[in-house]
Design a protein around this ligand. Structure first.
Ligand SMILES: Nc1ncnc2c1ncn2[C@@H]1O[C@H](COP(=O)(O)OP(=O)(O)O)[C@@H](O)[C@H]1O
Ligand SMILES: O=P(O)(O)OC[C@H]1O[C@](O)(COP(=O)(O)O)[C@@H](O)[C@@H]1O
Length: 303
């Protein structure tokens, strides 16, 4: 089973405003509400690609209930720890450019943190644990690290899509897959990434440090893949971006779905990029049909 963990889920509130003006009354031309948070997005895309998973993490209040009911509608298994307080609402403002305001999220009490940690003890070597998204302020920064220590004892494969110090700490556990974007890659090595050569040297450094497979995404500029055997580059399809929220999470889901199907790294990478772009070109997350339409536009070359 694939387990996706979202420590700080969100209700993503998408607001479109024609010409947003700070300090004035703006009227929305369109609004939409989606269950969000990186692990939840991975589970939703996996489902669309025909792969079942269980979404877990912390939810609470009316916003938490919304997430649970949306996942139920999509027939995604949910096993969340229920906390006091409301799950956050993240605002995605579209007015020419995309502006995001992500909330802090509710306080997670130590007893709820323990409850979540206990779930991992039941995972085994046939399982994949996807750790995705930020760590809420009330949870210690080494929380993912402790989760991975427990998971690794039982031979669980770990996939990581987070940022900041939490991401740095996880390299030592040699995850199966990491998917930083190029900014997050720079943050990992306390450097500014300013060229494709920088991406190649720092991306490969992650492999040298023990990460099995690394995807570095660069939005519309394509993506790089690294493992011990190969370095690949993929072009991103051209199209109109409707909503890039969840595009990175979709890449993780696309890679896993294709890899579990065929165990072919190159095809999984190609599918991953097509899945990211299919989401970027959609209002909500992608559909399988859209991914497969874009697949032939993703050209993968050996670097
Ligand atoms: N403008 C775009 N055109 C085509 N594809 C895009 C665009 N923006 C994002 N994508 C797709 O989404 C993937 C992830 O986007 P990126 O912004 O790099 O990740 P993250 O959301 O993690 O920051 C890209 O590799 C690409 O496949
Ligand atoms: O946990 P974080 O870093 O605050 O991010 C949460 C946000 O990220 C998302 O999962 C989208 O992620 P990406 O755009 O990076 O793929 C939203 O659904 C959510 O609002």
């Amino acid at each position: 089973m694939i387990y996706t963990c979202t420590l700080n889920p969100s209700v993503d509130y998408i607001v479109e405003v024609e010409h947003f003006r700070v300090g004035e009354l703006n009227r929305a031309t369109k609004t939409a509400t989606f269950p969000g948070g990186k692990g939840i997005n991975v589970s939703r895309v996996l489902k669309r690609l025909g792969v079942d998973s269980t979404a877990f993490g912390f939810i609470g209040g009316f916003t938490g209930a919304f997430i649970e009911s949306e996942l139920k509608k999509e027939e995604i298994c949910a096993d969340f720890v229920i906390v006091n307080g409301d799950t956050r609402i993240n605002i995605k403002l579209k007015s020419g450019e995309e502006t995001e305001i992500n909330g802090q999220g509710p306080t997670i009490l130590p007893k709820h943190q323990d409850e979540l940690m206990n779930k991992i003890q039941a995972f085994n070597q046939a399982d994949i644990l996807v750790l995705a998204g930020s760590i809420p302020p009330s949870i210690p920064v080494d929380f993912y690290n402790r989760m991975v220590e427990t998971a690794k004892q039982n031979g669980v494969k770990v996939v990581v899509d987070t940022s900041g110090p939490a991401l740095k700490q996880l390299i030592q556990h040699h995850p199966f897959l990491m998917k930083p974007n190029h900014h997050e890659l720079g943050e990992l090595f306390d450097t500014e990434i300013s060229s494709k050569n920088d991406i190649i040297s720092y991306g490969y450094k992650l492999v040298e440090l023990g990460v099995e497979n690394v995807i570095v995404s660069m939005a519309g500029d394509g993506a790089f893949f690294f493992n011990k055997e190969k370095i690949l580059f993929a072009t991103a399809p051209k199209g109109t971006v409707k909503n890039s929220v969840g595009a990175g999470d979709s890449m993780v889901a696309g890679f896993l779905a294709a890899y579990l199907n065929e165990q072919d790294i190159e095809k999984a990478f190609q599918y991953s990029v097509a899945t990211g772009s299919a989401t970027a070109f959609s209002e909500d997350l992608c559909t399988k049909e859209k991914v497969e339409q874009l697949l032939h536009e993703v050209k993968v070359t050996q670097v």
